[in-house]
Design a protein around this ligand. Structure first.
Ligand code: DAH
Length: 336
């Protein structure tokens, strides 16, 4: 080979490499481009390296310089291509007018939503919120509420005892007594809180759940006030056209005792039906006396309801455990 041929071949290879890289599709990956480049150049580059030794001695220096220039020009072409790929990977230029990704928002638990709403309604009806301890004495939980000493609810299989005389309250009714001990009538309070029972955790029972207690005590308070107030509550909570009904029921701390049912459609396809949403009644004189209130002068009414049950009927939940699963797919439906 003569030197002019050698230089011409080196030049041609450099041009072919550049043409190959310039001609690739804009989206071509770097490794794919390298593969095609190697296929084009490797053999020709090796041949040029071998040819160096065949050249006359006086031409070898010129040819060697050309060979090195060829290699670096190929490398430069490849670097240029890699830079173009990287610039594309950075994506479209920054656009400050694009809407931001929505932040992940938490929500109040459906039972909390129901409690808040009920408290709001009763606040408008003149009630304030009162709280009591979750660890109670037997007297507040049972005795002061006119339970006879051997009442079955006090048995170990229903009540979680913490000690001889202390237990986890089985209902929020003890807050009635605690409130009347602290505040003289007229009293109108609402007591939401956690209560505990030795129940299995199944579709309709939870061993710990919320209750909402209500109490109104004053001179001349009658069953009419109870019915009017609770029916008004149901109209505001469920809607003005919703029907409610009262029926007789028994709780040791009220006389007479009643329950209020509301006609609701739980959304299970079976349509409207009566659902008991609360127990209520006129506060038993023994309860007033136990709390130090003159039962000759004052009368009162009370109610207790389960906000989880109410949330279930309102949102069409048929297994109470759904409320406590912490499944985000369920909970995020309540984001407002
Ligand atoms: N404490 C009752 C229970 O846990 C509910 C209840 C019924 C509360 C009637 C009341 C009431 O204040 O008057 O089942």
């Amino acid at each position: 080979m003569i030197i002019s041929d050698y230089l011409a071949q080196a030049d041609a290879l450099a041009q072919d490499c550049r043409a190959l890289l310039d001609g690739l599709e804009p989206g071509t990956r770097l490794d794919v481009a390298k593969g095609q480049l190697n296929a084009l150049k490797d053999q020709r580059l090796e041949a040029l390296q071998a040819a160096l030794r065949m050249l006359p001695a006086e031409d070898r220096r010129t040819a060697g310089t050309a060979f090195n220039a060829l290699k670096s020009s190929i490398q430069d072409a490849l670097d240029g291509f890699a830079a173009r790929v990287a610039a594309q990977g950075a994506g479209a230029p920054f656009d400050g007018s694009m809407p931001a990704r929505l932040p992940w928002r938490g929500s109040l638990h459906p039972v909390t939503l129901v409690i808040d709403e009920i408290c709001d309604i009763f606040r408008e009806l003149g009630f304030t919120v009162a709280l009591g301890p979750e660890a109670e004495t037997e007297w507040y939980n049972f005795g002061a509420l006119n339970f006879p000493p051997d009442h079955p609810a006090m048995e170990l299989h229903d009540t979680l005892y913490l000690g001889d005389d202390t237990l986890l309250r089985t209902h929020t009714s003890p807050v009635q007594v605690r409130t009347l001990q602290r505040f003289a009538p007229p009293v109108r309070v609402l007591a939401p809180g956690q209560v505990y029972r030795r129940d299995f955790f199944d579709a309709t029972h939870a061993p710990a759940f919320m209750q909402l207690e209500g109490l109104a005590v004053d001179e001349g308070v009658s069953f009419v006030d109870l019915k009017a107030t609770l029916a008004e509550f149901a109209r505001r909570f469920y809607g003005a056209t919703r029907r409610v009904r009262f029926g007789p029921s028994y709780f040791p701390f009220v006389e007479p005792g009643a329950q209020m049912d509301v006609e609701v459609d739980p959304g299970d396809g079976k349509g409207l039906r009566w659902v008991e949403i609360l127990g209520c009644g006129m506060v038993h004189p023994n309860v007033l006396e136990a709390a130090g209130v003159d039962s000759e002068r004052f009368t009162g009414w009370a109610f207790g309801m389960g906000p989880a049950r109410i949330a279930m009927s309102r949102y069409g939940v048929n297994d109470i455990r759904t409320l406590y699963d912490s499944d985000v797919r369920f909970l995020e439906q309540f984001v407002r």
